[in-house]
Design a protein around this ligand. Structure first.
Ligand SMILES: [Zn+2]
Length: 163
């Protein structure tokens, strides 16, 4: 994806208020992120465990989601499969919940998905980051096909948030 500025990121969020988008934590090292190998930028808020964010470029414009771990008390990611990139982890998948956009979100409605806890789906798909024992299931798909599938899954999730 093309590199984004902090301003572009802050204005991309679909499921939080303008005030929240202005205050939320955005990584300081944007210039050092491996943009060319990212389908979306994902990060955790170091000040607020369980809060995470991701921004993807969909249909040519950045769309950001505010997320939180469904069960922050548990504190640990669980074994399972990421619903975005379909990487299987022995202990690195979290159930992330996104408030729905607009009025539905204000009324407390949200949608959830299992996702790589480090939000590094793009790197797993490209083989740039490895999972531990019991990792990826062998697949016959090429890397571009896996990337397409990850982006499609992400777009579907964003669509559920804004629907
Ligand atoms: Zn993933």
């Amino acid at each position: 994806m093309k590199p984004l500025t902090e301003q572009e990121i802050r204005t991309s969020f679909v499921n939080c208020t303008r005030g929240q988008a202005k205050r939320l934590f955005v990584p300081r090292d944007l210039a050092d992120r491996p943009w060319a190998d990212l389908d979306f930028l994902g990060w955790h808020d170091p000040q607020a465990p369980g809060r995470a964010f991701l921004v993807a470029e969909l249909d040519g414009r950045p769309r950001g989601l505010a997320l939180r771990r469904a069960n922050p008390a548990a504190g640990r990611a669980a074994p399972g499969m990421c619903a975005m990139c379909l990487t299987t982890h022995s202990g690195g998948v979290a159930l992330m919940v996104a408030p729905k956009a607009g009025r539905a979100g204000q009324q407390g409605n949200s949608v959830g998905t299992y996702v790589c806890d480090d939000l590094a789906c793009s790197l797993y798909v490209r083989g740039l980051r490895q999972v531990g024992a019991g990792g990826r299931l062998p697949e016959s798909l090429t890397v571009p096909e896996k990337i397409d599938r990850t982006v499609a899954n992400l777009a579907a999730f964003v669509a559920r948030v804004v629907s």
